[in-house]
Design a protein around this ligand. Structure first.
Ligand code: CA
Length: 240
């Protein structure tokens, strides 16, 4: 299991954005580029990146204002922000950090330095990140945002199907009996029949669609497991 960290790049200069994107992709990140504050907000509503690279000078709303806004929003307040700025003088750095940026890089910067700073931020956040997002092949589940995607397409799940998929994905490749799943997913509900599990597995498969559903195997006489083996789904997700 491995997930590809997403980096939202908010940068109005295409050449710089392209340079950053190429370097991120080569280093195993998934870059998402937004060229202005409006697009950045649209992207942020659609996904929760692992890191935001935020240019200070943007047309319309400045990077500083965006950072302030994202810091006050409960959904985005934990996402690390690295400010990109052409200004290196002290008052601006302080303003950037005051606005909630975790770090800043002064342009022109080396991509090596940028990558090192991103990795340092991710290492600091690692314990939380590990606990919230799981990926198997093209299937990805974020427990913090309740988002499930397959092949980058959103999958709509009911709360029980979500919990069931979360449990299976965090305990992948192992076979779980119906009673184990009842204990783990439903909790200590002794009055629920085991066939309830079958009903929700069926719903889960329907919601996932044919390709992702193939990952959830019925093991005759034993129970269910989620696997990337023998389904044609690659075991590792690709960065590009
Ligand atoms: Ca700019």
């Amino acid at each position: 299991m491995r997930r590809v960290p997403a980096v939202l790049i908010v940068e109005d200069e295409p050449a710089i954005a392209e340079l950053i994107s190429v370097n991120l992709r080569h280093s195993g990140f998934r870059p998402v580029w937004a060229m202005d504050s409006v697009t950045a907000q649209v992207e942020l509503d659609a996904m929760l990146p692992d890191v935001i690279l935020l240019d200070w000078m943007l047309p319309g709303e400045s990077g500083l204002m965006l950072a302030k806004r994202w810091r006050t929003n409960p959904r985005t307040k934990e996402v690390p922000i690295i400010m990109l700025t052409a200004r290196g003088d002290e008052p601006d750095r302080v303003a950037g950090l005051d606005a909630g940026a975790d770090d800043y890089i002064t342009k022109p910067f080396s991509t090596k330095e940028m990558l090192a700073r991103i990795r340092a931020l991710l290492r600091r956040r690692a314990p939380e990140q590990e606990a919230t997002v799981v990926t198997m092949g093209q299937l990805s589940l974020d427990a913090a945002t309740y988002r499930v995607t397959f092949d980058d397409q959103p999958v709509k799940l009911g709360p029980t199907e979500f919990k069931l998929l979360h449990y299976l994905m965090t305990h992948a490749e192992r076979v779980h009996s119906r009673s184990q799943l009842l204990d783990q997913v439903w909790g200590d509900h002794v009055f629920i029949e085991e066939r309830t599990v079958d009903v929700h597995v069926k719903r889960l498969r329907e919601a996932l669609g044919e390709r992702a559903a193939a990952m959830i195997e019925t093991v005759r006489g034993a129970g269910y497991r989620i696997t990337t083996q023998g389904t044609g789904v690659p075991a590792m997700s690709s960065a590009s």
